[in-house]
Design a protein around this ligand. Structure first.
Ligand SMILES: *Cc1c(COP(=O)(O)O)cnc(C)c1O
Length: 475
C-alpha cells in the first residue's frame, strides 16, 4: 500500500470533536466522567490512525472500525473501570501458587479481616492498661501455643514476631543479627527460592558476609565447625524448598548444627519456609521439613511463611530465643516490614482454628486431605452434566501438586475432568476458559484441558457447570 492511500485513509477518521457529538458517545458521558470519555476516545482514534498508517487497514475495514468506535469506546471504558485483581477458579490442582495468590483464607479469617477493616481496632492498644501495645502480640502468644501443642515441647524463653513475608523475615533476621559479620552457609543451600529471592544476594543486601562451606552435594558438620571464627555471627540453614537432591548427598541433621552452635556460641537460624504444622505423611507425602519440628529442635531462630502450608495470609513468622527476637523488633527496619491489621486479623483466626482443632476449615488443609473417592464422585458428576451440555468430557486420574515451594517432587493422587472440544485446540480452549467470568485456570495434557477439582471449592462445581453451559466459551 502506498503513502497516498494511507494518508487518504486517515482523512476518513472522524475529528475527536465530531466523534464526541455522536449520540451513542454522548450517552456514555452520562455514565462516565466526560474527561475519561474524551481521553479514551482520543486514544482509540490514535490507535486507528497508527493502524492505518502501518497499512493494516483497507478502506472497508477502516469504515467498519469507525462504525464500531462508540461500542469499542463503551467496552474500553468498562474494562478500564473494572477491578483488575479478580477472583479466579483455580482448576490446576496446584494448591499453592504465588501467581494465583497462594492460600485461600478460611471463613473465620475472612470475617476477622472484615471486622478489622470495617472500623477501628486495638491493633497497637492494650485494652487492660489503656496504653500503647505491640501489634505482634496479636499473633505471638498463639504461635507459641500452637507450636507447643503440636510439638509437645515447651516454648518457654521463646518469642515470635511477624513481618510481611518470609523473604522479609530472613532479611531482617540476617540484618539484625549478622550485619558486618559472617554467616556460614552450605554450598548446597545457596538456592534461589523464586521471584528473584536468592540466598547469596539477600545475604549481601543484609550487610552480612557469606562464608560458603562444603560442596553442592555434600556438606559435613566438620565443614561448618572449621569455618567458625570470631567474626561468625550466625549459622544459616535454608530449606531447599523447590528442588530435591538425591544420590551422593550429605548434610548434618538440625540437631547436630544446634549442638555445634551451642558449643561455639553461635546462633543457628533456619529459613524453613513452609510453615507446615500438620502431618503431611497423613496425605501420603514424605515430610522433609516441618515448621513444628524446626521450632522445637532448639534452633535459635526459625523463619516461615504464613501463606504456604499454614494456610493463612501473606506474612513471615520468626520464632526464636527471646533475646534474638527482641533484637529483630528493635531494628528500625521492623517498622518498614510490619504487616497491617488485616494480616494480623487473618493470621490470628487461622492460628485459632488449629488450636481449636478445626484445621480442616482452613482451605489448604481441606484440599490436602480430600479423599480420591470424593474427588472422583465430583468429577463424574461434573463430567456427566458437561456431556449433556455437548462437551466431550470424562473423568481421568491425575496427580495434584502442593506447590509454592513446599514439597518438591511430591504429589497427591486424585481425579480431574478432561475436556475436549471438537474443533478448538487445547490452548485455544484454555484461553477461552481464562476469558470466562470468573476466569477458570486449568492445565492442559495431550490435547485436553484438565479441570482438577482438588483446588476448586465444592460450591464452585456449580459455578463451573454454569460457566460451561455453552460448549464454545468465547466470552
Ligand atoms: C517460600 C520461601 C521463602 C519466601 O517466602 P515468602 O513468604 O514468599 O517471602 C523463603 N525461604 C523459603 C525456604 C521458602 O520456602
Amino acid at each position: 500500500m502506498n503513502a497516498v492511500t494511507t494518508e487518504a485513509l486517515c482523512r476518513q477518521l472522524p475529528q475527536l470533536g465530531r466523534l464526541l457529538e455522536e449520540d451513542r458517545v454522548r450517552d456514555l458521558t452520562r455514565t462516565w466522567p466526560r474527561e475519561s470519555v474524551v481521553d479514551m476516545a482520543r486514544g482509540l482514534l490514535q490507535q486507528l490512525r497508527q493502524q492505518a498508517l502501518a497499512g493494516l487497514h483497507s478502506e472497508e475495514s477502516l469504515r467498519w472500525a469507525i462504525e464500531q468506535l462508540p461500542a469499542a469506546l463503551s467496552d474500553e471504558l468498562q474494562r478500564a473501570n473494572r477491578l483488575s485483581l479478580r477472583r479466579v477458579i483455580n482448576a490446576t490442582g496446584v494448591l499453592l501458587q504465588t501467581n494465583l495468590g497462594r492460600a485461600p483464607l478460611s471463613e473465620a479469617a475472612i470475617s476477622a479481616m472484615e471486622q478489622a477493616a470495617r472500623g477501628y481496632c486495638n491493633l497497637e492498644f492494650d485494652l487492660t492498661t489503656g496504653k500503647r501495645g505491640r501489634r505482634d502480640a496479636h499473633a505471638g502468644e498463639l504461635i507459641l501455643r500452637l507450636l507447643t501443642l503440636r510439638s509437645g515441647r515447651s516454648m518457654d524463653g521463646r518469642a515470635a514476631t511477624v513481618v510481611n513475608n518470609c523473604a522479609a523475615a530472613t532479611f531482617i533476621a540476617l540484618n539484625s543479627l549478622a550485619e558486618a559479620g559472617e554467616v556460614i552457609v552450605s554450598r548446597g543451600e545457596l538456592v534461589e527460592i523464586g521471584g528473584g529471592f536468592r540466598v547469596p544476594e539477600i545475604l549481601r543486601k543484609s550487610g552480612a558476609v557469606l562464608r560458603e562451606v562444603g560442596t553442592t552435594n555434600r556438606t559435613r558438620l566438620s565443614d561448618y565447625a572449621a569455618a567458625v571464627t570470631p567474626q561468625t555471627r550466625l549459622i544459616l540453614r535454608v530449606h531447599r524448598s523447590n528442588f530435591r537432591m538425591d544420590g551422593f548427598t550429605q548434610q548434618p541433621r538440625i540437631q547436630e548444627l544446634v549442638a555445634l552452635g551451642a558449643k561455639a556460641s553461635v546462633p543457628v537460624f533456619e529459613d524453613q519456609g513452609t510453615g507446615c504444622v500438620v502431618r503431611l505423611e497423613d496425605s501420603g507425602i514424605r515430610e522433609e521439613s516441618s515448621w513444628v519440628r524446626s521450632a522445637a529442635s532448639g534452633l535459635s531462630l526459625v523463619a516461615a511463611s504464613g501463606d504456604k502450608l499454614l494456610g493463612g495470609p501473606q506474612c513471615g513468622i520468626l520464632v526464636g530465643e527471646h533475646a534474638l527476637v527482641e533484637r529483630i523488633r528493635a531494628n528500625p527496619l521492623a517498622r518498614a516490614l510490619r504487616p497491617d491489621k488485616l494480616t494480623f486479623a487473618a493470621l490470628q483466626a487461622t492460628l485459632l482454628a488449629y488450636v481449636a482443632g478445626q484445621e480442616e476449615s482452613i482451605p489448604v488443609i481441606g484440599m490436602l486431605r480430600i479423599g480420591a473417592a470424593e474427588l472422583r464422585e465430583r468429577c463424574d458428576s461434573l463430567a456427566e452434566t458437561l456431556r449433556e451440555l455437548g462437551w466431550l468430557a470424562e473423568t481421568v486420574a491425575v496427580r495434584s501438586l502442593v506447590g509454592g515451594g513446599t514439597t518438591p517432587g511430591a504429589s497427591l493422587p486424585g481425579f480431574a475432568v478432561a475436556l475436549r472440544h471438537p474443533t478448538m485446540t487445547e490452548s485455544d480452549l484454555s484461553g477461552a476458559l481464562r476469558r470466562l467470568d470468573p476466569p477458570v485456570i486449568a492445565r492442559t495434557r495431550r490435547g485436553r484441558v484438565l479441570l482438577d477439582l482438588r483446588t476448586v471449592a465444592r460450591e464452585d462445581d456449580a459455578t463451573l457447570r454454569r460457566l460451561l453451559e455453552n460448549p464454545e466459551p468465547s466470552a
